[in-house]
Ligand binder design. Structure first.
Ligand SMILES: *Cc1c(COP(=O)(O)O)cnc(C)c1O
Length: 412
């Protein structure tokens, strides 16, 4: 086999389908978020980032940076091992205590990323609990799918956010069969939110455990910002709450929060936890400072929701097809991979606006979109510029608008 030829051929296919991924080369500017420098064609350009998952700008918060500095000076760069072999730093212990308290659970466990937290926890449960059957929402994140797959237990996929369909699937098993239902709270590509209480009702009726990915809700929902389960008052009905330290917390790392015995089980049997070196102390310290700040500042969450609502309103008023999101995510439908990439390129090069195109396999073919994430730091002037730029690009590429005089005429 000609290996080089094979690699090149597969990449050429991606390019011809218009879904070859090109990364924007950025240099974030501390204190200027959401402004960043974009390295392009040997030059740098200032851009406003409109697609960051640093949803609240915490990655540049002075308390977070100070905590990282302090831990770096005290402990040095790396943690020095896996958690079991010399790599448990006191910052990890403090952060796990904080995460447990923040989630209203007895214990928490850190992972190097949210991806690893999902993959390891779900695969460990599937592989080590005899007879476990897993029920998974059809739009679950790849990290959950991979975890469930690697667990090699029996599994069923239920229709997205559909407690009735879940009920049907669970009903096929006797009550004694061990079961786990896995879902997310905020689905980050459409911006919809799961009916957590209804899903818990169904799971409880069948004596099933629940696993909730709060990755796109951590820091942003609930009085203290632990997620939608807190907002909806269902945290004690969720067996395992999973989250990330890389999105609204603004650093990196992942976690689960659950009962003492459940967390101890994953700590003791989870390969992705056991065999990987722990996060640097400075990272844990930064995440700890960020979570403490987020718990104490609900006004950040109010401002965040206001910015997202304003952005949706302003775009919709000008005919830009914002998808029906009930969260802080502002997805705009394009519906074609090549056009989505072109729109993103024009926004970046002609308007200094960075919104990454979202193409297959992240979303289904034909639903390619631009996913905008306004933060509390995107001001009115930036938002006005965003809306004008979207309108200019929509006209230039002749993309479809809604409630637009022309579109209405055409429909009549
Ligand atoms: C980003 C993401 C993850 C992975 O979290 P990381 O900390 O970035 O590895 C897990 N679940 C969902 C739904 C995500 O969007």
């Amino acid at each position: 086999m000609d290996y080089e030829h094979y690699f090149a051929k597969r990449i050429a296919e991606l390019k011809s389908e218009g879904r070859y991924r090109v990364f924007a080369d950025l240099e974030r500017q501390r204190g200027r978020f959401p402004v960043a420098l974009n390295y392009r064609d040997g030059k740098t350009y200032e851009v406003v980032v409109w697609c960051s998952n640093d949803y609240l700008g915490m990655g540049q918060h002075p308390d977070v940076i100070a905590a990282a500095h302090e831990a770096l000076e005290r402990c040095g760069a790396g943690a020095g091992g896996t958690r079991n072999i010399s790599g448990t730093n006191h910052y990890h212990v403090m952060l796990e205590e904080e995460l447990a308290a923040h989630n209203g659970k007895e214990a928490a466990l850190l992972f190097t990323s949210g991806y690893v937290a999902n993959q390891t926890t779900l695969s460990t449960l599937g592989a080590t609990m005899p007879g476990l059957v897993v029920f998974s929402d059809e739009l679950n994140h790849n990290s959950m799918i991979e975890g469930i797959r690697h667990g090699r237990s029996a599994k069923h996929v239920f229709r997205h956010n559909d407690p009735e369909n879940l009920e049907q699937l669970l009903s096929a098993y006797p009550k004694e069969t061990p079961k786990l239902v896995a879902f997310e709270s905020v689905y980050s590509m459409d911006g919809d939110i799961a009916p957590l209480a209804e899903l818990c009702d169904v799971a409880e009726a069948h004596n099933a455990m629940t696993f909730l990915d709060e990755v796109h809700a951590v820091g942003m929902y609930g009085a203290e910002g632990s997620g939608v389960a807190e907002r909806d008052g269902v945290r004690d009905r969720i067996t395992i709450i999973q989250g990330t330290l890389a999105k609204a917390v603004g650093v990196v790392g992942g976690y689960i929060a659950a009962s003492n015995s459940c967390v101890d089980y994953v700590r003791s049997f989870g390969p992705g936890f056991i065999f990987s070196s722990s996060m640097p102390p400075a990272v844990a310290a930064a995440a700890l400072a960020s979570i403490r700040h987020l718990r104490a500042h609900p006004e950040l969450r109010d401002r965040h929701q206001e910015r997202a609502a304003t952005c949706k309103h302003l775009l919709t008023a000008r005919g830009i097809p914002v998808m029906p999101s009930v969260s802080h995510i502002v997805p705009v439908m394009v519906g074609n991979a090549a056009l989505c990439k072109q729109a993103s390129d024009l926004l970046l090069k002609d308007h200094g606006i960075y919104v990454q195109p979202i193409n297959f396999p992240t979303v289904p073919v034909g639903t390619e979109r631009l996913r905008i994430t306004p933060t509390p730091l995107h001001d009115d002037a930036m938002m006005a510029h965003l809306v004008d730029s979207f309108c200019a690009v929509w006209d230039q590429l002749d993309l479809q608008k809604i409630h637009h005089p022309k579109a209405v005429k055409a429909a009549e």
